[in-house]
Design a protein around this ligand. Structure first.
Ligand SMILES: O=C(O)CCC(=O)C(=O)O
Ligand SMILES: [Fe+2]
Length: 291
């Protein structure tokens, strides 16, 4: 690890593997180790894959007093083309075929990368034989715009948080701004290459792994005169999902850190007044940490 903070971002090349073809090979196992090491040590990593051009636009959330640059739209269950079409009809009653096709195409590719990563994680912990998924999820696609800050000053775009969805797969236009907090408290600016995605571990994945995986605190800081657009594919646990640590990852050396909890109740808690004053990473522990 060099002294340049950006050298602390693990970069993992996914372009040579597919779970269908390579599961069980030496290359696959090496990749498993890299993904596990990155998720445990850092909570995020950058994966290289062919870049596609997302088309993020309108906003459904934003104009917050504390985050005036931020606006965001969400498409629930974006893996289903009908769901994307419904969103299209909402935004463009006259239709926007290009938008829906683009969104469905990138969602499909991001879903594939998310699935590959989840399979790598299962295999990295030796769970691939017994489990065929971490937990049932649908994909929430989020399209976010950050306006350039007034006078280009260094200003918060989205406040520091850990993700409440299983994980996040993020890409943005070439306006940087995403920063992650390293375990030593140092904030690291990310400068991902155009053909890569950032994979971020969320609180449910941290809880599932009994704290082995690190949900990194992250934020967006805007600087300069260009707006920033980002696209995130967030595997969202299905309503009714109970988040619990996988028993194989609980032992004497790794005692259980959280009680099992209902995913939607946790989401509601994370949006409650009580948690507003809390450090985002502490919310899961405040909610389910009786150990
Ligand atoms: O825009 C980004 O790069 C990050 C967005 C983010 O952290 C989020 O939506 O949770
Ligand atoms: Fe986030």
């Amino acid at each position: 690890m060099g002294s340049d903070p950006s050298s602390q971002i693990p970069v993992i090349n996914f372009s040579l593997v597919s779970p269908e073809l390579d599961r069980g090979t030496k290359e696959w196992h090496l990749l498993c180790e890299k993904v596990r090491e990155a998720c445990e040590s850092y909570g995020y990593f950058e994966t290289k894959k062919k870049n596609v051009n997302p088309n993020p636009f309108y906003a459904y959330a934003g104009q917050y007093a504390t985050a005036s640059l931020y606006e965001s739209l969400g498409i629930e269950d974006a893996s289903d083309p009908d769901s994307v079409r419904r969103f299209e009809e909402l935004m463009w009653p006259q239709g926007n075929d290009f938008f829906s096709k683009t969104i469905s195409s990138i969602t499909q590719q991001m879903d594939e990368l998310n699935r590959t990563t989840r399979t790598l994680i299962l295999d990295a912990y030796g769970l691939g034989e017994t489990l065929n998924s971490i937990m049932p999820c649908t994909t929430l696609l989020r399209l976010t715009k950050y306006k350039a800050s007034p006078n280009g000053e260094y200003m918060e775009g989205i406040t520091a948080h850990t993700d409440k969805l299983l994980s996040a797969l993020l890409c943005a236009n070439q306006v940087f701004g995403l920063e992650v907090e390293a375990k030593d408290g140092q904030w690291i600016k990310l400068f991902p290459s155009p053909n890569s995605f950032i994979y971020m571990v969320g609180d449910p994945l941290m809880a599932w792994s009994n704290g082995r995986m690190h949900a990194a605190n992250h934020r967006v800081m805007m600087e300069g005169y260009e707006d920033r657009y980002s696209l995130g594919a967030f595997p969202a646990p299905m309503e009714g999902t109970t988040i619990k640590p996988i028993k194989e990852l609980v032992d004497e050396e790794h005692p259980q850190i959280l009680e099992e909890f209902d995913y939607m109740e946790f989401i509601r808690f994370s949006l409650s007044k009580e948690s507003l004053t809390m450090d985002s990473a502490g919310q899961a522990f405040a909610f389910a940490g009786n150990y």
